[in-house]
Write a protein that binds this ligand. Sequence first.
Ligand code: ADP
Length: 263
Amino acid sequence: MNKHKENNSENPPALHIDNLSVYYGQTLAIEGVCLDVRDHEYLGIIGPNGGGKSTLLKAILGLIPITGGKIQIYGKEGGSTEVIGYVPQFSSVDKKFPITLFEVVLTGRLKKGLSPFYRYSEKDKQITNELLKRVGISHLAKRQISQLSGGEFQRMLIARALAINPKILLLDEPTASVDASSREQIYSLLSELNKDMTIILVTHDLLAISSQVHSLACLNERLVYHGEPEINQHIVNHLYGCPVDLIAHGVPHRVLHEHEEGC
Ligand code: ADP
């Protein structure tokens, strides 16, 4: 199988990353990353803490300047981030802010360049209600976000990311703070959403790698692997720098092939 598909201008990949490098001042975050993500692909990204996963997502979103290389979204460089929905890390959101779940999801309708006095339209509110139904949290619409469980909070963040009707959904560790049953619900929701959009999931969860994603990228400053979501102890140990328990209960065991270097 060709893991780095040709960049066809008539049918460009959802995401095309060529030789991407990002430094924060003198600190290297990622270097020489080449990655193509097909339309409707469900990609998992794993790697050690500090390996550059969040940096990669922020670079794709245009939130940080890149040092070198290029990023194309559906064949366009820059300016196309309005087709991307982003679910940030749970820990990066202020859970004590006095706001209801409905209001948080409604803010997802805000677009760049709007007046600070923008009033939400009836259509914005109708779309928000539909999104709450879609992710199964309509009954919590009026609840303060401080009173949500981890799983409910994550589904709220997913609904908010869907408010722009994205073609690509980026998620940064959406199951990090949730219990086992909420985790199953989130994966089932993501599988459903994947019928309509490309999904890129940063995760430490081996269950997601074993049974959810369709392809896998391993990032440790460089792209160590991109291909089938198959697990090999040697590669994962190399990636994390320490032994990792690969036994995922109730899911088929998979084995990673050797990494292919270069763009
Ligand atoms: P991950 O998401 O895989 O944990 P990050 O993308 O957060 O990794 O970080 C990659 C590297 O960039 C780390 O060395 C981290 O310390 C550094 N880094 C991340 N954000 C900043 C920042 N705002 N300023 C300086 N260095 C940063």
